[in-house]
Design a protein around this ligand. Structure first.
Ligand code: HEC
Ligand code: HEC
Ligand code: HEC
Ligand code: HEC
Ligand code: HEC
Ligand code: HEC
Length: 455
């Protein structure tokens, strides 16, 4: 009994400590940042209420964690716990996190959540954790100037009206000949690593810095510095950030092709509709001329006809294509636009290109620019190479016989002799394009190289 009594003061003290902890815990919980924002939101709602009924309703808004659950992409996004007014246009221009979200009708939040575009940590309810700006979270939220990168996860990069930087990035990727050394979507060379998942692997800062001076980021890198203006570096970075290789459900990818007239025009040319139809007097005569088709047919009819030509035109010879719904909408948008846009401009696109013009796009397609420069002017260093410390320019090809140039391209030069035999192997060699490039492409490419010499 005595022995127990001497512990009494300790029991008392312990009780006090627990009491304090409970009180601290209560206040900490009460002052969680998200609760503050919800309090402020509710106050706003009450002051905005125009009738007593609405006021009463506003007073009953519960303080609670809010979330969007997306089982298919295994996401739970609680961002709306703080960003509570994203769907209320009344909060346009209000301070964050209580502001309305612009342009969201195209991507309903209940189907998309937030992190699929913004990254960050969906489940977190603390600001820094949610924004992913904490250790051990690999996907910090994309800074605003890089947000367009996410559009490329689901849409074809060049076709998105709301993402001009992304389109620019894609264009630069082709112009600079990155494909000459890298594979993307299974196409390209293997001198540098594959880029399919690079967006999930590297930060915007890493990518931009690596473009400017690869060796500063990866010692001994064989990648030549990318000599572009700051804004173009940003565009290129943005394009690569969108290459995440993330597996997404069919619904998300259903709009790979956005249904715009320009996209429809491209499909129209690529799929050879002109073989049977004419526009502005150019093209085949198997099917009717398509200039004024929307005066004869409703858009619904045209859409039905693409889905199943024979269903609306029994016995037709028009083939049934395996178009997706968004491709069908794109083609229809193009046909609708024919009655209002200039057919002349369109015909210019259709004019058959000269072999030289075609060769130029072959040069682009295979990324020759990555090693020989965008216009064949050379200047790309190849350290420790014996004869060419820079990859040779392609201006001397004018004097070379076609067959010689052709065999250079098809066979390549894999063994580049070293200047210092104890030094490392020169990083760049001429890949063999045999089996990758078609006969026609090769002939066009050679025609293009001849024009470089004469300039
Ligand atoms: C605890 C509350 C809270 C949560 C949870 C939260 N945010 Fe925020 N967010 C804020 C506040 C406050 C601001 C404005 C101040 C700032 O920029 O930090 C903000 C700003 C932003 C901005 C604009 C500023 C910037 O840094 O680019 C974006 C975008 C954003 N949040 C997205 C998200 C996303 C996506 C999530 C969910 C993954 C999320 N937020 C979860 C509180 C929150
Ligand atoms: C389809 C992609 C997409 C989804 C989904 C999306 N956003 Fe955005 N968000 C954007 C884009 C793009 C912008 C830039 C808008 C602009 O400036 O026109 C933006 C802007 C914002 C901003 C303002 C940033 C600033 O600095 O002004 C906040 C905050 C934000 N989003 C939060 C969210 C939250 C929270 C969700 C989920 C409820 C969400 N977003 C879902 C694409 C998306
Ligand atoms: C996770 C995939 C995904 C991401 C990321 C995404 N989109 Fe979309 N987008 C879709 C889907 C799916 C639709 C069709 C939605 C529907 O109708 O239910 C769509 C619709 C659109 C449309 C309307 C197309 C039409 O004519 O109906 C536009 C424009 C668009 N997205 C642009 C963007 C831009 C800009 C971004 C980047 C800020 C972006 N998208 C990011 C999947 C995505
Ligand atoms: C093999 C020849 C052939 C090809 C290729 C072809 N069509 Fe047709 N198309 C026809 C014929 C024949 C008709 C008229 C019978 C009918 O309505 O199906 C027709 C009808 C049409 C009509 C309705 C015209 C009207 O005034 O009623 C449209 C629109 C159309 N085609 C678009 C296209 C598009 C776009 C493509 C390319 C994706 C294409 N066609 C490819 C043969 C072809
Ligand atoms: C990965 C870098 C790389 C790529 C991509 C590349 N080349 Fe080369 N190319 C070289 C190197 C290195 C040489 C020099 C080989 C040598 O030392 O003999 C070379 C040599 C050549 C030569 C001979 C030049 C001369 O005057 O000796 C031609 C022609 C040529 N390349 C054309 C092309 C074409 C066309 C493409 C695109 C289809 C292409 N190259 C893509 C690296 C490359
Ligand atoms: C002449 C060949 C060559 C060209 C052209 C080239 N690269 Fe590289 N790249 C490499 C090599 C080799 C590496 C590996 C060493 C390194 O990481 O720096 C590399 C690395 C990279 C990495 C880092 C990959 C990773 O997994 O860490 C990225 C991103 C990249 N390149 C993007 C590009 C882009 C974009 C372009 C076009 C502007 C380009 N490269 C042009 C050779 C090239």
């Amino acid at each position: 009994m005595d022995s127990l009594q001497k512990y009494y003061p300790w029991f008392g003290f312990l009780g006090l400590v627990i009491g304090v902890l409970i009180i601290v815990g209560y206040f900490k919980d009460e002052f969680r940042e998200w609760k503050q924002w919800q309090h402020e939101y509710i106050e706003q709602e009450i002051s905005r209420a125009t009738t007593p009924e609405l006021k009463e309703l506003a007073q009953t808004i519960p303080l609670e964690i809010r979330q969007i659950v997306l089982p298919e992409s295994r996401r739970v996004d609680r961002c709306t716990t703080c960003h509570i007014a994203v769907e209320d246009p009344g909060y346009a221009g209000y301070k964050q996190p209580l502001a309305y979200h612009p342009n969201h009708d195209q991507h309903p939040f209940e189907k998309f959540g937030c992190t699929i575009c913004h990254l960050g940590q969906g489940r977190a309810t603390d600001r820094d954790a949610a924004h992913g700006r904490v250790k051990h979270w690999e996907q910090p939220m994309l800074p605003k100037n890089y947000i367009e990168a996410s559009c490329a996860k689901c849409h074809t990069a060049t076709d998105i009206p709301g993402a001009p930087m992304l389109a620019r990035g894609r264009e630069l990727f082709e112009e600079q000949g990155c494909i000459g050394c890298h594979k993307l979507d299974g196409f390209g060379s293997s001198i540098g690593p594959e880029l399919d998942k690079i967006g999930a692997k590297r930060s915007p800062q890493w990518l931009a810095q690596h473009f400017k001076i690869p060796r500063e980021v990866v010692p001994g890198s064989g990648m030549p510095p990318v000599k572009l203006k700051e804004l173009d570096i940003e565009a290129l970075t943005l394009f690569l950030l969108g290459q995440t290789g993330e597996p997404l459900s069919e619904y998300f990818l259903s709009m790979k092709i956005l249904p715009a007239p320009e996209v429809g025009q491209r499909i129209f040319v690529q799929r050879g509709c002109l073989g049977c139809h004419s526009i502005g007097g150019t093209g085949g005569k198997v099917g009717p001329a398509l200039d004024g088709v929307t005066k004869r047919r409703s858009t619904d009819w045209i859409v039905q006809h693409f889905r199943e030509p024979a269903a609306v035109s029994p016995g037709t010879v028009m083939p049934r294509y395996d178009f997706t719904e968004s491709e069908i909408r794109a083609l229809t948008a193009f046909l609708v636009s024919l009655s209002e846009t200039d057919v002349i401009g369109f015909l210019k696109v259709l004019q058959p290109a000269t072999p030289e013009e075609r060769g130029k796009s072959v040069y682009r397609k295979y990324g020759c620019a990555g090693c020989h420069g965008p216009t064949g002017k050379g200047g790309v260093p190849n350290p420790n190479a014996k004869t060419n410390q820079q990859v040779p320019p392609l201006m001397a090809e004018g004097d070379m016989a076609d067959i010689f140039i052709e065999s250079y391209i098809t066979e390549g030069v894999q063994e580049i002799a070293k200047m210092n035999s104890n030094g490392p192997q020169p990083p760049l060699y001429m890949p063999a394009w045999e089996g990758k490039i078609s006969e026609g492409e090769l002939a066009d490419l050679v025609s293009y190289l001849h024009t470089l010499a004469s300039e």
